[in-house]
Write a protein that binds this ligand. Structure first.
Ligand code: NAP
Length: 293
């Protein structure tokens, strides 16, 4: 039997992302043992029944004992407390990574909580997911051909970065590196903004007196646009507050765009509408062709 890349994987938060990573590594034979920790016993029992983890533990300390790779896959708002517990319980030589959708806040939490052990922490974010949550929604091929962003800091241990990179590549991901600031600015535009817009569109509709008829008549376009409004509110609450500066900036840009649209429609400026919609359609069509997989 070849020695697996990871002897013991500790997954803190065995949900969609943590569960999918565990599945991918197990299916590929890259991990010896997978131990999970979470909030509710029910989800961990399901994870064990599905074969995503070998066993669950009742504390962070017990979960990470002897683990050479620790993946923190809880909502961003709970990470600080997890990092604090890791600081006193992870073994020397262990590598810690996270999957949080924002990086500035997570890195700050890790610095404070992990202290001298922070060089073993490799911030990460898989650009893959769905609007569903929990281990039942996890799947082994979730990360295949998807970008995985790592945002190591100057003092991050290069060997730790190499191990996290190798782990994600084994799970099928295409790993790229960038700075924390670049990550948060880009994700604010291409991920965080669409999610909050989807929530706000649905919220606008439900506050109307005629919302029952409106929902009855809503068709595929509404369904496509609002799919991500079915995402977990806790996760998106944490992301909005965790990437506050970048999101406020991009929301102001969007507000300006909406003001431009409103005034073009109000003054009957068909040329503005045609130019803007044509430019947007061309850009989206190109994006779709380029990213068909
Ligand atoms: P999820 O399916 O809800 O999984 C989160 C897991 O964390 C759950 O199993 C939950 O346990 C556990 N958990 C929650 N609070 C906890 C706490 N205080 N202590 C210990 N465990 C706790 O969510 P997810 O979609 O996998 O998201 C996890 C992370 O991935 C988030 O940081 C998110 O930003 C990031 N992410 C998500 C996506 C996406 O599309 N969903 C994509 C990329 C990155 P219970 O099941 O018992 O509640």
């Amino acid at each position: 039997m070849p020695i697996p890349m990871i002897k013991k994987l500790a997954v803190i938060g065995v949900g969609l992302i943590g569960g999918s990573l565990a599945r991918a590594l197990r299916e590929g034979g890259h991990v010896g043992e997978v131990v999970g920790f979470g909030r509710s016993l029910g989800n961990l029992e399901t994870a064990a029944d599905l074969g995503v983890i070998d066993r669950a533990e009742v504390s962070v300390a017990a979960t990470v004992r002897d683990a050479d790779m620790i993946v923190v896959a809880v909502p961003v708002g709970c990470m600080e407390s997890i990092f604090s517990q890791l600081a006193t319980s992870m073994m020397d030589g262990a590598v810690v990574t996270d999957v949080g959708s924002v990086k500035r806040g997570v890195v700050a939490m890790a610095r404070t909580a992990l202290g001298v052990r922070c060089s073993a922490f490799v911030p990460g974010h898989p650009i893959a997911g769905t609007e569903h949550t929990g281990v039942s929604a996890s799947k082994a091929d979730l990360f295949e051909h998807h970008r995985i962003i790592l945002t190591p800091e100057d003092d991050t241990d290069v060997a730790a970065v190499a191990r996290v990179r190798a782990m994600w590549q084994a799970a099928g991901g295409d790993v790229v590196s960038m700075s924390v600031a670049e990550h948060d600015d880009i994700l604010a535009v291409c991920s965080h903004l669409p999610h909050v817009l989807a929530y706000m569109l649905v919220d606008l509709l439900i506050r109307r007196d005629d919302h029952k008829t409106t929902f009855d008549l809503a068709a595929g376009g509404f369904r496509d646009f609002t799919r991500i409004a079915s995402s977990d509110p806790t996760m998106w609450h944490d992301i909005c507050l965790g990437n506050r500066d970048a999101l406020v900036k991009v929301l102001k840009d969007y507000q300006q765009n909406l003001d431009d649209l409103l005034s073009a429609i109000d003054r009957g400026d068909g040329q503005w509408l045609m130019d803007t919609f044509t430019r947007a359609k061309r850009a989206r069509d190109t994006y779709i062709v380029k990213h068909q997989n």
